[in-house]
Design a protein around this ligand. Structure first.
Ligand code: NCD
Length: 303
């Protein structure tokens, strides 16, 4: 595999090296598996959209593997002088990086740019399309805690329509044999779900929670909701789609609670639950995120 652009279309054999190496990196406390495997490699970070976790975890992953990283900062770039994203990208390509980690607000941007690139392109999120390394992160977190994905009941709850994390996770988790259910406010249900064999619900009820092994909460993607709020108020969202003091008791004791971050406290998750409940894996996901990105870099540079 030359680039890492999407989860859709990958089969378990494609995914296995990323998961196996990722789990090894977690077990190895994020230490490289061999001495400085990416020595003398130069990786560019081209983030055309904001990021905390993805950006820093890609950088930690690259540095831990011995590579060097250069950040292209869109806010101080010639894009503000009218240069197109395409020309900016071509400029970066001609500086001969060994890989480019690209985040862009437009769906398909990473695929488009990859056509022109002789070095690996890694999709760090393209609009509301895919976020493949986040799905890998979440799968590693579940595998690390549960040992397997096959047969698990995984509920993804929130703004599915605008979330690239939802789509990549649905693709990855179902490919590896998990049973995925979706809970979302009706305007946030993606039409593409109709073509997939997935149950969709309009409320995070006790009945759904009772049989849940993993609950993945996603925030309303306010930066992509330009016209009407797809739910009446944040308080009502919290009652119907959030994990709160009323519905948490239905969740089995051994269930996991995941959230890719950033969280909106007291909207998709009650603040007290987020800080205190033992099932919450949000901080473990951060660690798994570094392992996932180390794994992607490792596999791309060694295949
Ligand atoms: C996600 C993203 O950027 O799509 N966050 C992340 O990468 N950690 C999810 C989100 O922003 O809600």
């Amino acid at each position: 595999m030359k680039h890492f652009l999407h989860i859709a279309g990958l089969n378990p054999f494609d995914l296995m090296p990323f998961l196996d190496h990722g789990l090894e990196f977690i077990k190895n406390d994020l230490q490289p598996l061999t001495q400085i495997p990416l020595k003398n490699r130069l990786i560019f970070h081209a983030f055309f959209e904001n990021s905390t976790r993805t950006n820093v975890s890609f950088e930690s992953a690259a540095l831990r593997l011995g590579a060097q990283v250069i950040h292209f900062n869109v806010h101080t770039s010639s894009i503000h002088k009218g240069e197109s994203d395409y020309d900016t990208f071509q400029t970066l390509l001609h500086m001969r990086p060994d890989a480019i980690v690209l985040r862009h607000p437009h769906a398909g941007a990473a695929h488009f740019m990859a056509q022109y690139a002789s070095c690996p392109i890694i999709n760090a999120g393209d609009g509301q399309h895919e976020h493949p390394t986040q799905a890998l992160t979440d799968a590693l977190c579940i595998l690390d805690k549960k040992g397997s994905l096959a047969g698990l009941n995984i509920v993804i709850c929130g703004d599915i329509l605008h979330s690239r994390v939802a789509y990549s996770n649905i693709m990855l988790l179902t490919t590896l044999g998990a049973c995925v259910k979706i809970v979302a406010p009706p305007p946030c249900i993606a039409p593409a779900l109709e073509n997939l064999d997935i149950e969709v619900f309009c409320q995070l009820s006790g009945e759904i929670l009772e049989t849940t092994d993993v609950l993945m909460l996603l925030r309303p993607q306010m930066e992509r909701i330009h016209k009407y709020l797809p739910f009446p108020t944040k308080t009502i969202y919290h009652q119907l789609y959030g994990l709160n003091a009323q519905n948490i008791s239905f969740l089995p004791a051994n269930a996991l609670i995941l959230h890719p971050g950033p969280t909106s406290r007291d909207t998709e998750i009650d603040s007290w639950i987020m800080d205190n409940h033992p099932a919450v894996c949000i901080h473990h996901q951060v660690l798994c995120g570094i392992a996932a990105r180390m794994s992607v870099l490792h596999v791309l540079f060694h295949s």
